[in-house]
Design a protein around this ligand. Structure first.
Ligand SMILES: Cc1ncc(COP(=O)(O)O)c(C=O)c1O
Length: 384
């Protein structure tokens, strides 16, 4: 699929007003606001104004969001829970597991804090949590998984693309090993979803969590949780709420009968405003093209890495295109000062650890990468 780096931003950049003010290259933190998402929020307010409490329609919007996300990851809608964050879905899963027969949960050291914190919280319920360390060269070799995954392992949590260094996990290798040893796999796809194609059947993961506020162009307040169909009824969430019930509108407070679908990982009232926005963001991203965006961003990042090499900057992200997501990380001596210096030059980026994070998306062009490189050249003393 040949996508010119000119045509993709030309097709969609005008829909993101921020580019009239500044260069936005920070989608690993938050996607830029589009006219579609703004329009969706305005529509929510109009509907509220006009109809008062159109709950049937709002519940139907939740179903539309579920179907849209399911289609994105190659799942069926009944395998997807609509949540208020990725954490909410993962916490619901954790609350429903028992650690009696198998007690170990294995996590990589690339996990987002929420994943580590949720599983460590289960230590109070009998879980033993072990970490898979990264290698010196910044990779997460399969041998490191081999050392900790055994027949006492209940679940292995891996992240698709690391939020701190942009490295992409070899999901299939970890999944095959975990399954061979009888463990489930949870994939955190927050840093990959919307930036590259994600297919749960191809990756063969059992559970997946994500949200819409980064490369899916939605806003805070909406997450999704996928559970492989055959596993749904094996998990009995104890962190729950009425939108997880088998029959929500029965309004039965005398019993707990969770849904027989992945809705059992839901909780209370769905985040309707964020659902309007999330649908708009996901649909816009599908219209722009996620596979095309992946190709486009790989081209931009090849140019970015060449420029960083010329500056003799320390790249933290793997060089090999297949081993990284959309995010490129560069070591800095004073990363807060560097982000502020870029901001003064009209460029929005972010930081984690001591790394500057530069994350291009469909709306960014070569001129944005050149502007970043030019600014970094001016602030060379802040690079490590
Ligand atoms: C990899 C990753 N996982 C999870 C999250 C956040 O998840 P939640 O929706 O629970 O806030 C983020 C957000 O920054 C992330 O980058």
């Amino acid at each position: 699929m040949a996508v010119s780096t000119e045509t993709l931003p030309a097709r969609c950049r005008h829909r993101f007003p921020i580019f009239g003010q500044r260069i936005y290259i920070n989608s690993c933190a938050q996607g830029a606001l589009s006219d579609a998402v703004r329009g969706a929020y305005e529509q929510y307010l109009r509907d509220w104004d006009e109809y008062g409490a159109p709950w049937e329609y709002w519940v139907d919007r939740g179903e539309a969001a579920r179907a849209s996300f399911a289609a994105l990851i190659g799942a069926a809608p009944d395998e997807v829970a609509v949540t208020t964050s990725e954490s909410a879905g993962v916490a619901s899963l954790a609350s429903g597991l028992r650690f009696a027969r198998r007690s170990k949960v294995v996590l990589t050291d690339w996990e987002f804090p929420t994943i580590g914190q949720i599983w460590h919280a289960q230590e109070a319920r009998g879980a033993r949590v072990l970490h898979v360390p990264a290698a010196e060269d910044g990779t997460m070799p399969i041998e490191h998984f081999e050392r900790v995954i055994d027949d006492d392992t209940l679940l292995v949590a891996i992240t698709h693309v690391c939020y701190r260094n942009g490295a992409m996990s070899d999901v299939r290798a970890a999944v095959d090993l975990a399954h061979e040893r009888g463990a489930f796999v949870l994939l955190d796809a927050y840093q990959s979803i919307g930036s590259l194609p994600v297919d749960v059947k191809e990756l063969d993961v059992d559970f997946l969590g994500a949200g819409v506020l980064k490369y899916l162009l939605g806003s805070a307040g909406l997450g999704f949780f996928y559970c492989r169909r055959g596993l749904v009824e094996k998990v009995w969430p104890t962190a729950t709420g009425w939108f997880a019930d088998k029959n929500i509108f029965e309004m039965d407070h005398t019993d707990y009968s969770p849904a027989t679908t992945a809705s059992r990982f839901q909780s209370g009232t769905p985040p309707i405003p964020a659902i309007y926005a999330g649908i708009a963001g996901m649909e816009l991203m599908k219209e722009i093209g996620i596979a095309e965006t992946r190709e486009h961003v790989l081209e931009l990042n090849a140019h970015l890495i060449d420029g960083l090499d010329e500056l003799e900057a320390k790249l933290v992200t793997p060089r090999e295109p297949g081993r990284r997501g959309a995010l490129i990380c560069v070591k800095s001596k004073d990363v807060r000062a560097l982000v502020a210096a870029l901001e003064d030059d009209g460029i929005v980026t972010s930081e984690r650890d001591s790394n500057l994070r530069i994350s291009a998306h469909a709306y960014n062009g070569m001129e944005d990468v050149d502007a970043v490189l030019e600014s970094l050249r001016r602030h060379r003393e802040l690079l490590a």
